[in-house]
Design a protein around this ligand. Structure first.
Ligand code: FES
Length: 247
């Protein structure tokens, strides 16, 4: 099929950006979205033009590196990662608009690549547990109720792609932080730092320039790992307990 791509081009962090249109012919519906961009870049190379910079790594929906706003939706029209989106979602003659994640806390590095290290710094502020070194303990030495294990696992599916931030009108990272707080807070290993964790992570989130949560829910609607919105309720419950002085 033949498509038109409107792509955000920005040569560097301080440079002015603009949308640029490209015509691409012979796109197979079996291509992934990123393979389609690879084909575009091969054509740009051949013409002596600068290829479009975009992020990817695993291309299997695991690492969270890829992330594009496609036709106004984070990761595009299907609820998956950009690398798992396929061109069969589109049709011949379509015009597809591609933009980077837009957030003050995710400055643009080049074209469609943004700096998402703010999420790493939120993790570093409190998204960890303290364990004794030495041999790994027996797996059944700390029993975890099934419903807690399931809840922790559901939240642990977060791959830190940042789609939640890109989709939120406030560019809030609350959904990301809440997934991490819920993941660790449901497990016995996460209890020693539980009260301090939520405060430290939220303070870092604010320091990074993310907006506040106003319960709009766009974050959960685009999450490729289908993490439920109520992890934010869990975060708020932990925060209230922390203010009250305990776990
Ligand atoms: S490239 Fe790893 S999740 Fe898309």
């Amino acid at each position: 099929m033949n498509i038109t791509l409107n792509i955000w081009r920005q040569p560097g962090p301080q440079a002015e950006g603009k949308m640029v249109a490209y015509e691409l012919a012979g796109v197979s519906e079996d291509m992934s979205f990123l393979e389609m961009l690879d084909v575009l870049n091969e054509e740009l190379f051949a013409r002596g033009e600068a290829p479009v910079a975009f992020d990817s790594d695993c291309r299997e929906g695991i690492c969270g590196m890829c992330g594009l706003v496609i036709n106004g939706v984070a990761h595009g029209p299907e609820r998956t990662t950009t690398c798992q989106l396929h061109m069969r979602t589109f049709k011949d003659g379509d015009t597809i608009t591609i933009e980077p994640w837009r957030s003050k806390a995710f400055p643009i590095i080049k074209d469609l690549v943004v700096d998402r290290r703010a999420l790493d710094r939120i993790i570093a502020a409190g998204g960890y547990i303290s364990v004794n070194t030495g041999a790994a303990p027996d797996a059944h030495s700390q029993l975890v109720p099934k419903q807690d294990a399931d809840r922790a696992f559901e939240a642990a599916a977060c791959i830190g792609c940042g789609a939640c931030v890109a989709a939120c009108p406030n560019a809030s990272a609350m959904f990301f932080t809440a997934a991490k707080v819920t993941h660790l807070g449901m497990l016995p290993q996460g209890q020693p730092e539980r009260a301090a964790r939520v405060v430290k992570m939220l303070n870092q989130q604010d320091a990074e320039g993310f907006g506040g949560c106003t319960n709009i829910g766009e974050c959960a609607a685009v999450c490729p790992k289908e993490i439920p919105l109520d992890v934010i309720s869990q975060l708020n419950a932990d925060l209230a307990k922390s203010w009250a002085g305990g776990n």
